[in-house]
Design a protein around this ligand. Structure first.
Ligand code: ADP
Length: 266
């Protein structure tokens, strides 16, 4: 059965490559007068039937701080996913390219943008599962939007999906995710704390030079990432709040959004 989320290949024009990821190549393109990014899913990279079920839900999630999924072209095999085009690429590269040149206002603005997108997901009971600067994208007018929400559920690669796997994002994961794979909006909040750390270090890798095992041991001993030099005290306090051991002790995204908005008015 075809739905609103089915993209007709006749309406889709493919252009240059803009990147590649876990699912395969990402091309620039055009769909119904709109510039789009098209993920060409590699054979065997995605659990396509499960994704098709979820695509209906995901195309209905719509917010100015989320990278919109317009639809899916299932007539192609393997299928391709059609997203809003984000001209300036992923936030981690953007941060590294602009080291030393970003204002406090723009760093805080990035955190505010992402907290807005995440508060929307939280209010829809939708868990991201892989929030990090590499999964946020930047628009032509420097707006940061949340991308790839929920997508790890459809990855067919044990190295990526098992918490024991070499590609599992341990350094962004809360203790309950590492131990029991217990994902929730509060585990997204933990990742958001690491995301803020990435923003204020201008794209450094968290716990660089440390193995996953060393990170897990440090966290168990109660250690946390240190305050980035550029981070105001108030922002560091928010990070530490996100990294409370117990999920219930962490703030919601609604509250984080509120707190960040207060700071940006100062
Ligand atoms: P995957 O989900 O397959 O792992 P990613 O989402 O990491 O793929 O995308 C890989 C790269 O493609 C990104 O780092 C970015 O450079 C580019 N890209 C992905 N989505 C978009 C988009 N909507 N607009 C512009 N570029 C994008």
């Amino acid at each position: 059965s075809e739905g609103q989320w089915e993209v007709d290949p006749a309406e889709l024009t493919l252009g240059e490559e803009v990147g590649s990821g876990q699912f395969g190549l990402v091309l620039q393109g055009q769909w119904r007068e709109r510039r789009v990014a098209v993920k060409m899913v590699r054979e065997g990279a995605m659990s396509e039937e499960d994704f098709k079920e979820e695509a209906r839900v995901m195309t209905m999630l719509s917010h100015c701080k989320l990278v919109q999924l317009y639809g899916v072209c299932t007539q192609h095999s393997p299928m391709c996913l059609v997203f809003e085009l984000m001209e300036q690429g992923c936030l981690s590269d953007y941060l590294r390219a602009r080291r030393g040149s970003m204002s406090q206002d723009s760093l805080l603005g990035m955190c505010l943008d992402v907290s807005e997108g995440m508060a929307y997901l939280e209010s829809n009971n939708f868990i991201h599962r892989d929030l990090a600067a590499r999964n946020c994208l930047v628009s032509c007018n420097n707006v940061v939007k949340v991308s790839d929400f929920g997508m790890t559920r459809f990855v067919l690669d044990d190295q990526y999906t098992s918490s024991q796997g070499s590609k599992f994002p341990i350094k962004w994961s809360s203790p309950e995710v590492i131990k029991y794979c217990k994902f929730s909006s509060k585990s997204d909040v933990w990742s958001f704390g690491v995301f803020m750390w990435e923003v204020y270090t201008e794209g450094r890798l968290p716990y660089d030079n440390r193995s996953n095992l060393e990170v897990v041991e440090a966290l168990n001993a109660g250690l946390r990432l240190l305050k980035p030099r550029q981070a105001p005290e108030a922002v560091h306090l928010l990070m530490e709040w996100c990294w409370k051991e117990k999920p219930d002790d962490r703030p919601s995204f609604a509250l984080l959004l509120h707190e960040l908005a207060l700071l940006s008015d100062l």
